[in-house]
Design a protein around this ligand. Structure first.
Ligand code: IVH
Length: 672
C-alpha cells in the first residue's frame, strides 16, 4: 500500500534532521557518533524519496549542499570555483550502472568502452591550495563547498605541500587534494595519547582534522600530516587534456599525487576494485574506496554536473569494515604503565576479512558515555591496522537483564586500589613494582619485535614465568637457567635452550632498541632512535638533564621532562644498573654503518615515504655509505619509490634502474 503524503513528509523531515545533526557532529565537532556507512545510507534514503517526490525538495535539504558551515575561529575563504562532492556506488552492480549512465549521457552505444582514471579515495580532509605565480598563497578547507576555513599557516607546516612549485606557472593555480594522517603514525599517536591520559582519536581522519584545524599552527607542525593532490579547480581550462596527464603534470610541479590507473572499460575498473579490497591495508593512508573518473577532459565537460557532484566521476566505496556482534563480557586490562583499559569480549565476527573477538572501550569515561553493557549488540569497526573499537550500542536490541558496567575500584590483577591523576581520564594501578599484570606487560614489551626482539618468548611463557615468580623484572630474564625453564609445562630441552640463546643474543641489541624497550612513557620508537643517536651510551643516557636535552632534534620539553622524570626515580635507575650487571650491553649507534648493499651506490628517493621525510631518507643513505642523487640516470643504482612516485619512477623503469621500496631501504640500513 502506498504511504500517505503526510507520512512521507514526516519521514523526510526526520531524515533531514538526523542528517543535519550527524553532519554537524562530523564536520564541525569532529565527533561523529555514527559510521560513514550509516550516514551514507540515511543520505541515500533521503535522496531516493526526493527523487520520487521532487515537490518535497527544499534548498536547505542536506542533499542540496556539500558539507557543514565552517567553524568561526578561522578566517573564511570563498572558493573561486565551488568544491563539490562525489556521488557514491557501493558494489559492482552500482558501478556498472554508473558506466551505463555515462554512456547514455554521452550518446554512446551500450557496448562502447569508456576510458577511466582510477585512484584511491583518500579518507582525509579535503583542501584547496592556491598558488600565485608558483608561490603558495592560500590553503583552505572545503567547509560547505562554497566557503571554507583559511588554514594557510597550518598547511605551510605540512612537508608534502610545496611552498613553491618546481616549474614556473604564471597566474593563479588552484589545486585540490586531501590532507591525511599516515596510518603508521596513527597507532603511535593513539598509544602516546592513551599513555598521556588523553582521549584517543577514533580514526586517522579525525586525527588529521584535529591536527590541521589547530588555531596554533605550531601544534600542526608537530604532527606528521601528509597530503595528496588529485584535481584542479577547472580541469577543462588546463593544458593537459586527460586526468592522467593532469596528475602527471601536477607531479611535475612538485605536488604529491595518488598515481591513477588507466582503465579501458568497466572490467578493468572492477579488476582494480577487487585488487584494492585485498591490498587495502597496504596503503600508507586510510582509503574508503576508489574514485573513478572519466579520463578525457572534453568528455568531462560534456557530462557536466548534477546538483552536488560531477557526472564524470564516482566514489566506488569499498565494503565497510563494520559489523554488528554481541558483547559477551567486559574485562579490564592492565597495561605496562598500570593504565586500566576496558575491553569488550565479543562473539567472533568477520570484519573486513579479519576475525574480531575483542574491541577496545578506551577508558572509564568512554564506556560510560557509550553505555556498553555485557549482552549488548554493538557496532564494531576496524579502521586500518588499529585495534577494533565499539562504535555504538544498538539500544533497540538491548536485553532487559543487561546492567551498566561498574568500573573496578581495585586492580583486577593485584587488588591495589586504583588511582587517577587530576585532569586525567585514565585510572591506574599504582603498584608499579609487583603488580603481576604490569610485570607481564613490561616483559612482553621488552621482548617485542620492535624492542629487544627475543624470539620464542611468547605470551604463554611470559605468563608462566611471572606466575611462578621466576621473573620479577626484565633483568631476571638474563638469569634464567635451563633447569628453571624445563620445569615449565610443555617446555622441552630444545625449546628451553633456544629461548636461552635468544635471550642471550638480545644483550647486544642496539641502544635505540634498548631505550624503546625500557618503555618510558611518551618514548616511542622514533624518539628512542633520536635519543640513542644523541646519547650513544648508557652512561650518557642516565646522566641526561632537561637542559642537556634542550635543542636535541625532535625532543621537545615534554619528552625531555618525561625522560628525566623517569630516571629521577631510583627504581628505574636501579633496573638499568641491574640490566648491566647481568651483561646487557646495548651497542651504540655507529656514525657510519657502511651497509654492504649501499656502499658507493647512487640512490634517488622519490614520492612520499610513510615513516620518514625525504631528508631523513637522504641522511640515512649517506650514513650508510651511499650517495644521494637528485635525478634518475643510467648511473643510478637504486630508486627508492614512495607513495605517488611520478616521473622519476617512470624514468627508472624505462632505464631498467632497480626500484626499491621504503621497507627495502629500511632493511638495508637497519642498524645491528
Ligand atoms: S575528486 C569534483 N579524487 O572525496 C569532485 N576526490 O566524497 C572531485 N577524495 O570531496 C573530487 N580522494 O575530498 C577526488 N582521488 C580522489 C579523492 C577524492 C578523496 C575526497 C574529496 C571529495 C570527497 C568526495
Amino acid at each position: 500500500m502506498a504511504k500517505s503524503k503526510a507520512n512521507v513528509e514526516a519521514q523526510v523531515q526526520t531524515l533531514r534532521r538526523d542528517l543535519e545533526e550527524h553532519s554537524y557532529r562530523y564536520h564541525v565537532l569532529d565527533q561523529p557518533i555514527i559510521s560513514d556507512a550509516q550516514y551514507d545510507k540515511l543520505m541515500r534514503e533521503l535522496e531516493a524519496i526526493e527523487a520520487v517526490h521532487p515537490e518535497l525538495v527544499r534548498p536547505d535539504s542536506p542533499t542540496q549542499r556539500v558539507g557543514a558551515a565552517p567553524s568561526a575561529s578561522f578566517a573564511q575563504v570563498r572558493h573561486r570555483v565551488p568544491m563539490l562532492s562525489l556521488g557514491n556506488v557501493f558494489d559492482e552492480a552500482g558501478f556498472t550502472d554508473f558506466d551505463a549512465k555515462v554512456k547514455r549521457h554521452l550518446g554512446m552505444p551500450a557496448e562502447a568502452i569508456v576510458t577511466y582514471a582510477v585512484e584511491p579515495k583518500i579518507d582525509g580532509l579535503s583542501i584547496e591550495l592556491v598558488y600565485h605565480d608558483g608561490q603558495l598563497v592560500q590553503a583552505s578547507t572545503r567547509g560547505d563547498g562554497t566557503t571554507g576555513e583559511d588554514v594557510t599557516l597550518n598547511a605551510r607546516t605540512i612537508k608534502a605541500i610545496p611552498l613553491r612549485l618546481r616549474e614556473a606557472y604564471a597566474g593563479e593555480l588552484e589545486v585540490r587534494g586531501e590532507v591525511y594522517y599516515p596510518k603508521a603514525r596513527f597507532a603511535e599517536l593513539n598509544r602516546e595519547r592513551e599513555e598521556a591520559g588523553e582521549p584517543t582519536f577514533a580514526n586517522p581522519r579525525n586525527a588529521a582534522a584535529g591536527a590541521l584545524r589547530q588555531i596554533d599552527a605550531n601544534v600542526t607542525a608537530k604532527r606528521p600530516l601528509s597530503a595528496l593532490f588529485y584535481a584542479v579547480a577547472e580541469p577543462s581550462r588546463m593544458k593537459p587534456k586527460t586526468h592522467v596527464e593532469l596528475t602527471a603534470w601536477l607531479a611535475g610541479l612538485g605536488l604529491p599525487i595518488p598515481k591513477p590507473t588507466l582503465c579501458e572499460g568497466t572490467e578493468a575498473v572492477l579488476a582494480v576494485y577487487r585488487d584494492t579490497i585485498v591490498k587495502r591495508e597496504g596503503f600508507p593512508y586510510e582509503i574508503d574506496g576508489l574514485v573513478v573518473k572519466v579520463n578525457d577532459h572534453g568528455l568531462q565537460t560534456d557530462l557536466g554536473f548534477v546538483s552536488r557532484a560531477p557526472r564524470w566521476a564516482i566514489a566506488f566505496k569499498l565494503p565497510a569494515r563494520e559489523e554488528v556482534t554481541t558483547v559477551e563480557s567486559i574485562r579490564v586490562q592492565v597495561g605496562r604503565t598500570g593504565a586500566l583499559t576496558p575491553v569488550a569480549n565479543l562473539a567472533p565476527v568477520q570484519v573486513g576479512g579479519v576475525t574480531v573477538t575483542s574491541a577496545t572501550l578506551h577508558n572509564a569515561e568512554e564506556i560510560a558515555r557509550k553505555d556498553v553493557r555485557a549482552g549488548d549488540s554493538v557496532l564494531v569497526r576496524r579502521a586500518g591496522d588499529v585495534i577494533p573499537e565499539v562504535v555504538q550500542v544498538i539500544l533497540e536490541k538491548r536485553p532487559s537483564h543487561a546492567v551498566a558496567f561498574d568500573f573496578p575500584t581495585s586492580c583486577p590483577s593485584c587488588g591495589t586500589t586504583v588511582v587517577r591523576d587530576e585532569g586525567e581520564v585514565v585510572w591506574r594501578c599504582p603498584n608499579v613494582v609487583s603488580c603481576p599484570a604490569q610485570v607481564r606487560e613490561r616483559i612482553r614489551h621488552w621482548a617485542g619485535r620492535r624492542a629487544m626482539d627475543i624470539e620464542g618468548l611468547g605470551d604463554k611463557i611470559v605468563n608462566a614465568l611471572v606466575d611462578k615468580k621466576l621473573v620479577l623484572d626484565v633483568a631476571d630474564l638474563y638469569r634464567l637457567t635451563l633447569e628453571q625453564l624445563t620445569t615449565l609445562e610443555r617446555f622441552g630441552d630444545k625449546s628451553a635452550s633456544n629461548l636461552l640463546s635468544a635471550i642471550a643474543a638480545s644483550r647486544e641489541q642496539p641502544l635505540a632498541r634498548f631505550i624503546f624497550a625500557l618503555g618510558v612513557r611518551h618514548i616511542g620508537e622514533t624518539v628512542a632512535t633520536r635519543l640513542a643517536e644523541h646519547f650513544r651510551s648508557v652512561d650518557a643516557m642516565l646522566a641526561a638533564t632537561e637542559e642537556s636535552l634542550d635543542g636535541v632534534h625532535g625532543i621537545g620539553p615534554e619528552l625531555a621532562s618525561a625522560w628525566v622524570g623517569h630516571f629521577a626515580m631510583t627504581e628505574n635507575r636501579a633496573l638499568v644498573e641491574k640490566l648491566r650487571s647481568v651483561g646487557v650491553n646495548p651497542k651504540p649507534p655507529v656514525s657510519t654503518v657502511v651497509s654492504a648493499q649501499l656502499a658507493g651506490k647512487a640512490i634517488v628517493v622519490t614520492g612520499t615515504l610513510s615513516t620518514m621525510s625525504r631528508d631523513e631518507a637522504h641522511a640515512r643513505i649517506v650514513a650508510h655509505g651511499g650517495r644521494v642523487a637528485s635525478s634518475v640516470s643510467k648511473k643510478t643504482d637504486y630508486l627508492v619509490a614512495g607513495e605517488a612516485a611520478g616521473s622519476k619512477l617512470a624514468k627508472a623503469q624505462e632505464l631498467g634502474v632497480k626500484v626499491i621500496t621504503e621497507d627495502d631501504l629500511l632493511a638495508m640500513t637497519r642498524e645491528g
